[in-house]
Design a protein around this ligand. Sequence first.
Ligand code: PFF
Length: 454
Amino acid sequence: MANFDVSKRDSFGSKIGVIAATAGSAIGLGNIWRFPYVVGENGGGAFLFVYLAFILAIGIPVMLSEFVIGRSAQLSPYGAFKKLAPGRPWFLIGIMGVGAAFMILAFYAAVAGWTLEYIFQSVKNGFTGKSPDELSTMFDEFRQDSLRPVIWFLLFMGLTAWIVISGVRKGIEKYTKILMPILLVILVVLCIRAVTLPGAGAGLTFLFKPDFSKINAETILKALGQAFFSLSIGMGTLITYGSYIKKNDNLATTAVSVSFADTLIAILAGIAIFPAVFAFGINPGAEEGLVFITLPTIFQQMPGGYYFSLLFFMLLAVAALTSTISVLEVVVAYFVEELKMTRKKATIFATLSISVLGIVAAGSWGWFENLTLFGLNIFGLLNFTSANILLPLGGFFIVAFIGWYFGKEETRKEAGNEGALKARYLPVYMFIVKFIAPIAIALVFLNGLGIVKF
Ligand code: PFF
């Protein structure tokens, strides 16, 4: 195994490049589209509290574990586990990750396609004069259309494939560094507009005041799933990215900075959305439509709203793109390293096969509306299963791998840059990955799916 020349492997150009690319993967629709609606659906403040606890106690350690595995092996997930644990079944984590990547990209690129429709609507001033109810109807009608969501989806997949074919450094690094800070600025402007709306206070109370009676086993599992989804962890994306990180970069501070940036963006999205939701009487449980109904409502209340809307949906599409390329990368790296395909062939092959599933996901309210399983359409099924089942399961095995197989000394070498860094956090981290994280994930998982009742 490992008969390819590791020294020729691409690496991210600079420290800020690493953080930008990893944050580019983490920050996306998960923060701005998924986070607000999942918070809204699950009762607000208490959910946020549990979510933050999971980011801190489980998310950051899992992220660091992925970096350690990836940089140490210099391979993407499947190959990494085969190299670090030859003859052992740990490589199955890699295969599960490729499966999760398939599922995530199929529904995620569908939502990314919705952002393209909303760019188009922004251009032609399609929101002006519409009440929240009318915007809600507009969103539903668009989703039920038999062609539009599918065409936008395919366009987005094509865009993703094109960037992945152009290679790691050039493709990823260039776009992320400039555009993400602009998105941050627009979000802050949106927050300011939202909190100064009359009646905004109720939204902030909803978001920040925990009411623990709203929490149950299922919402706790959804908080864990959202944490994994938002941080891009549990399926090996960051193992692949870790393999591109330079040997003298600090893995722990990278994991902490990325997690912090990711959480900040999600909370800002919450602050932009919920005050407006309450001020305009929008239903916080409006599910996948929440952001697509609320934001155009806010834009109408802003001077220059036309331009803000256009710019915002464009940047949201870019944020989605820096995430979809990281998901596609997982599948492509697998095909390149294990099936020995060229990068171009692997990308085209992966894109086409994922698109088959994605067409069904994008058409879940149109052509395929009658296709349901366990009461969910295909979109809902992919969304629920990938985030709440596959990612936590992957995370469980990733921390278990570090804690119980890879071990403290190997971890110290990799995370401590062969002795160049002190890595004083190591004992705490090892305790978490050995005991706290696997036990917590297992309990939340079994309880949340109703397999065990506490
Ligand atoms: N973290 C991305 C987001 O929040 O939008 C979504 C994602 C990317 C999930 C990559 C998983 C992944 F591997």
